[in-house]
Design a protein around this ligand. Structure first.
Ligand code: WT7
Length: 675
């Protein structure tokens, strides 16, 4: 698929066409939660939206809904309107009667001599209640308030999320790898005046001082105008000396101490309207400002519970390990809410997949008897690179594996299937987004064959369609790329962008809405922001983002965010970021800058730019290369031609540049970059 065919400046990560099918084996099919090929008919468009009752029926409701889908404020969909429930009750309390001694969370610390923690549902119940007591009594928080969480991967993170959910408090977890500044910006946007964090955590052999980042977050929030009244600090080793010190008096408190003062407290779960907000999850878009995706309690929880049961195929006896970080939507949906709502055992691990050695993941799988495994192509590529033969040395048995977050190359897919899955595990390649709450496209694991490189068809109830720029529908098998949309709303979909209804409408519905006054969902196809090809078998092949978003290791970064970080460095006049394919991470950013008059380029300045971006946004956003150029290629109206820079970085044909204001600069930059 060439760029020209699609007609936008998108960089595509995928250049393959794969037609080979793989089939689930009888052993998997024999035990699967869904083997009914009629499932797609049960969820056909003419059954919409009532078919989604089946999702909601997986939950405990305090009061049933009166309207399955309320479209009166289109496109702000309200699912299960009139219903009431509590997410924490659904993920914890309702399992106590039968499963209180079952492990809810296995926590694997990075240091192998620190014991693995196996937290039962009863223990989870106790800890969630005690934490909720602190939030309610000590902090005075109540339903609808926002609290920012800036927590690493330890059990305190799900415990805190569920404590918030118990009281109807909206949690806004910020990935711990993000910078303090990025966290502070999100505190400001969400108007959180309480920050919950941890003193330290292990990553790649080092105990990182995370409280220092949290202090920066407070500073950033306050300088943006958001007052911060309290910082609650879990200690990685409760009761022990901590890198959190010095603590700020009357602001910072050790949460493990406060919890101790609330020993065995019980807090009634608050019965919440289904349409209230469970959490905000920030993600990147085309402008520099991150978007706070607002997820509902009833619709979201129904959706991720159904997906966990039927797409992840989680049974009560399974041990399920999703390697994502809970700081991203994948972790919210498929480490915490989905699996716990089903009463499953979910694994959380600290650190990185390849430290202390290439066998770590497989050792964990063996030790905990993990049989469902969920990770990203980036992790699969890295694991293959550092230890392609390692999985064979360990005695574990996966029945099911997931690939998520970016396109997976067929070659990488095959290694995942044959070596990691030992030829026995099915693979689902799940396509979805922060906005969508849960999976949209994937094969149903016991029903549909797998095709490396294609996500699969729309899941039951999800009706994908690909439009060209004029709004014409592209037919399956036509071979043309277009904008991937979903015809219908679904319960897991985000409700809006926090405090920005206009941006929500414009970004997701602006292009293909048929009538802005319409209250009919048929007039509001959801535009995902990905280019895709609909194949003749109905499978969707994702080509990549159509907006200014780069997918680095399966995480979204806005090029504008990186550019504005670079512009904050002294001496920088202009900045442009383009995406480059990377063997491990899928895509990485290349940064081009031009300098203010009188400032000279230097190697130091390049290094400084890399560290500035890391400080402002987090290490994940670090540019792979920095090029200090004499000037940017520009149109006559002064727009920077990022497409030209992308072609230079990617060593592609640059095309005709004669209409630029400064065509001669292109060759100069090309020589500088390509030598
Ligand atoms: C973007 C969403 C999926 C949750 C974690 C990332 C890309 C996602 C796939 C896939 C090809 C994929 C898309 C999408 N993407 N899954 N299976 N195959 N591309 O959520 O950070 O909101 O990113 O990730 O481009 O738009 P996110």
């Amino acid at each position: 698929m060439s760029k020209q065919e699609h007609g936008s400046s998108t960089h595509y990560a995928v250049h393959w066409q794969e037609e080979q099918y793989y089939y689930p084996g009888p052993e998997f099919i024999g035990q699967a939660n869904c083997t009914d090929p009629e499932i797609y008919q049960r969820f056909s468009l003419d059954k919409f939206p009532e078919c989604y009752k089946e999702f909601a029926e997986l939950l405990h409701w305090d009061r049933y809904w009166h309207t399955t889908l309320d479209t009166s404020d289109a496109p702000f969909w309200k699912w299960f309107a009139g219903g009431r429930l509590n997410a924490s009750y659904n993920c914890v309390d309702r399992h106590l009667q039968k499963h209180k001694n079952k492990t809810a969370i296995h926590f694997v610390p990075e240091l192998e001599d620190e014991p693995i923690e196996h937290m039962t549902y009863q223990e989870l119940y106790r800890r969630v209640n005690e934490t909720a007591a602190v939030l309610q009594e000590f902090c005075g928080l109540k339903a609808g308030d926002r609290v920012t969480l800036y927590l690493p991967m330890t059990p305190e993170l799900p415990v805190t999320m569920l404590a918030c959910a118990r009281l109807g408090i909206i949690h806004c977890q910020v990935f711990a790898g993000f910078s303090g500044k990025a966290c502070g910006d999100r505190m400001w946007d969400s108007e959180s005046d309480i920050l919950i964090t941890m003193d330290a955590y292990y990553r790649g052999g080092r105990l990182l001082n995370h409280k220092a980042n949290a202090d920066q977050a407070v500073q950033a929030a306050e300088s943006a105008g958001q007052k911060v009244s309290r910082v609650l600090v879990w200690r990685r080793f409760p009761g022990r000396y901590s890198s959190a010190e010095p603590m700020v008096e009357n602001r910072d408190y050790f949460l493990d101490e406060l919890v101790k003062q609330n020993k065995n407290a019980t807090i009634q779960p608050v019965s919440m309207p289904a349409e209230d907000i469970l959490f905000l999850m920030y993600t990147s878009g085309s402008t520099g400002r991150p978007k706070g995706c607002q997820h509902s309690i009833g619709g979201y929880l129904s959706y991720v519970t159904w997906m966990s049961k039927y797409v992840q195929d989680i049974h009560p006896e399974d041990v399920y390990w999703c390697m994502a970080d809970i700081g991203w939507i994948t972790g919210h949906s498929f480490i915490v809410y989905g699996p716990l709502s089903l009463g499953a055992s979910t694994v959380i691990y600290e650190g990185v997949p390849t430290y202390p050695d290439a066998g770590r993941c497989w050792r964990i799988a063996q030790e905990l008897d993990v049989n469902i495994f969920h990770t990203s192509p980036t992790a699969v590529r890295a694991l293959r690179k550092v230890g392609g033969d390692e999985p064979a040395r360990y005695n574990y048995h996966f029945k099911h594996m997931t690939s998520v977050g970016e396109p997976i190359e067929p070659d990488v897919w095959r290694w995942y299937y044959e070596v990691v899955g030992k030829g026995r595990a099915v693979i689902v390649d799940t396509w979805w987004q922060t906005e969508t709450g849960g999976f949209l496209c994937s094969t149903m694991p016991a029903i549909d064959p797998m095709k490396p490189g294609s996500a699969g068809p729309g899941l039951p109830g999800i009706h994908p369609v690909v439009y060209d720029d004029e709004g014409n529908e592209l037919k399956p098998g036509e071979g043309k790329a277009g904008n991937l949309c979903i015809r219908n709303p679904w319960p897991g979909a985000f409700q809006s962008i926090w405090k920005d209804r206009e941006r929500y409408i414009k970004s997701y519905y602006g292009k293909y809405n048929r009538d802005p006054q319409s209250k009919d969902w048929r007039d509001w196809p959801y535009m995902a922001g990905d280019a895709a090809v609909l194949e003749s078998d109905g499978y969707v092949r994702i080509l990549g983002r159509i907006d200014d978003v780069i997918n680095v290791s399966g995480h979204r970064l806005g090029t504008k965010e990186i550019e504005s970080a670079a512009l904050s460095a002294e001496g920088v006049a202009e900045a442009a970021v383009v995406a480059m394919p990377d063997e491990i991470k899928g895509m990485v950013p290349d940064l081009y800058v031009s300098l203010k008059p009188g400032i000279d380029p230097s190697h130091e300045l390049e290094k400084k730019l890399i560290s500035t971006v890391a400080d402002v946004l987090g290490k994940i956003a670090r540019p792979a290369h920095v090029y200090i150029v004499p000037d940017m290629p520009k149109t006559r109206s002064g727009k920077i031609m990022r497409r030209v820079l992308a072609s230079i970085s990617n060593r592609r044909d640059i095309g005709d540049v004669s209409t630029l204001a400064n065509p001669e600069i292109v060759e100069e930059i090309r020589q500088q970059v390509q030598g």
